[in-house]
Design a protein around this ligand. Sequence first.
Ligand code: SF4
Ligand code: SF4
Length: 174
Amino acid sequence: MRDWIRNVYLAVTTITEGMYVTLWYFVQTFRRKAFTQHFAYPELPVPIRPRYRGFHRFDLTACIGCDKCARACPVDCIYIEKEKVKLADGKTAFRVDGFKIDYTKCMFCALCVDPCPADCIFMGSTYDISCYTRDGCVVDYAKLPLDVAWGPDTLNPTVVHESKKVSLPVWTKT
Ligand code: SF4
Ligand code: SF4
């Protein structure tokens, strides 16, 4: 009899505790409101933390085409097109014609940022470049205007779409 009462007591208290946790989270979820009610997204941008890792920023004018970022990438989603050229002083250097990042593969780990000897790539604050095709997820930073690729302008779907029509890297423009 004593065992039976203890089992009933245990069953009732266990279920009550479990239901209390469920009810607590239910109320919290209700009070928290939906994401869109909080931030009025997409009409207003969502505030981000200072160390947020969004879509990259890349400075084509500083990149030396060393491939260190591409080698550090764990998912191999950085594709660099470059050509060896002779400079006026007789030295050789790489000319970077394409710097593509495939955002269908990128996991925003930032491992490509640290090895860069020229500090020309870092994680930006943009979190939204929605697109209708997979091709739109491949961004060629060498074809984007420098104001967009490096800043201060925002990386956005329209400018990425426009960059698909550009065949030569932006540095070839006068
Ligand atoms: S953030 Fe990570 S996954 Fe994305 S390109 Fe850089 S190293 Fe690769
Ligand atoms: S590590 Fe830096 S300098 Fe080297 S290819 Fe990548 S972005 Fe360019």
